[in-house]
Design a binder for this molecule. Structure first.
Ligand SMILES: NC(=O)c1ccc[n+]([C@@H]2O[C@H](COP(=O)([O-])OP(=O)(O)OC[C@H]3O[C@@H](n4cnc5c(N)ncnc54)[C@H](OP(=O)(O)O)[C@@H]3O)[C@@H](O)[C@H]2O)c1
Length: 244
């Protein structure tokens, strides 16, 4: 069985590694990791990826949660990497969206779309990745502090993240002892367009919103903590302890 050698430069796969938190994590990890980055859109010679390639081996993949051919595409890409001798020794699932869907606007189609991307897609990625990750690897899944208190105008999104909160310990049981599974429940780090950052900061114990570095630090901590599995680490500046 393949085992991770901690002396080698590891290769990690970031699902949703092109924008926002995914890109910030890729830029952090590229210092000492090789990377496979996925996006829902074809890649097109982006300067920041060229910059990463000067520090790390980088492969870009096109995984779209909306594509009917998604599962076969994921399997084919993972087979190709394996045939090339690449061992994916860690994975972080970041892809999602954050739709405003107040009560009264719900339709079968809009609910399915939210749950397909924010719930079904991480399930399918985890299922595809589990067989290729080597012993000792950690699969990390990004959730939201809404697992503690749902966003009332984003209940379908909050329900999807609550589903991932079941996936983390369930998958940890299914994949142990070979693999570990860790979740990260984040408060606001990169606010949605139009949100009031000052207001969001005020509603935390620490009086600030998060920074991408907060996530990067925790992802590295989880990967380097061999006794940690099935847990969800909440980083929300204490948001969940503030009276609403
Ligand atoms: N930002 C925050 O403050 C915050 C707070 C709490 C939790 N989170 C969680 O952290 C993760 C990252 O959040 P974020 O704010 O950086 O980004 P985001 O806007 O929530 O989206 C993450 C990525 O998902 C990918 N994506 C969108 N549609 C897709 C599709 N059909 N198929 C596959 N991938 C798709 C997008 O990349 P492409 O367009 O390249 O595909 C996007 O960069 C999410 O899971 C989010 O729920 C974020």
């Amino acid at each position: 069985m393949e085992r991770i050698s901690r002396n080698e430069r590891e290769c990690w796969l970031l699902v949703g590694g092109r924008q926002r938190l995914g890109r910030a994590l890729a830029e952090d990890l590229a210092e000492d990791h090789d990377l496979v980055l996925t996006s829902s859109r074809p890649w097109d010679g982006e300067p920041w990826v060229d910059g990463l390639s000067k520090k790390a081996w980088v492969r870009t993949l096109h995984w779209d949660a909306e594509s009917p051919g998604l599962v076969s595409r994921m399997m084919a890409d993972l087979d190709t990497l394996k045939a090339e001798g690449r061992v994916i020794s860690g994975a972080v699932l970041l892809a999602g969206n954050f739709p405003m869907q107040p009560l009264g606007t719900w339709t079968a189609a809009s609910l399915e779309a939210t749950w397909r991307l924010n719930l079904g897609f991480p399930f399918l990625c985890a299922q595809a990745l589990a067989p290729v990750l080597p012993e000792g690897a950690c699969l990390q899944i990004i959730l939201d502090t809404s697992i503690h208190h749902p966003w009332l105008r984003r209940l379908p999104y909050s329900a999807a993240k609550a589903g991932l909160a079941a996936l983390v310990p369930g998958l940890a049981q299914l994949l142990a002892p070979k693999l570990r599974v860790v979740g990260h429940a984040l408060g606001t780090v990169l606010p949605a367009e139009g949100s009031d950052e000052g207001f969001l900061a005020e509603r935390t114990l620490l009086k600030r919103i998060g920074e991408p570095a907060d996530l990067c630090r925790a992802v590295r901590f989880a990967a380097d903590s061999p006794f940690l599995t099935g847990e969800i680490l909440t980083q929300d500046g204490g948001r969940r302890w503030v009276d609403r």
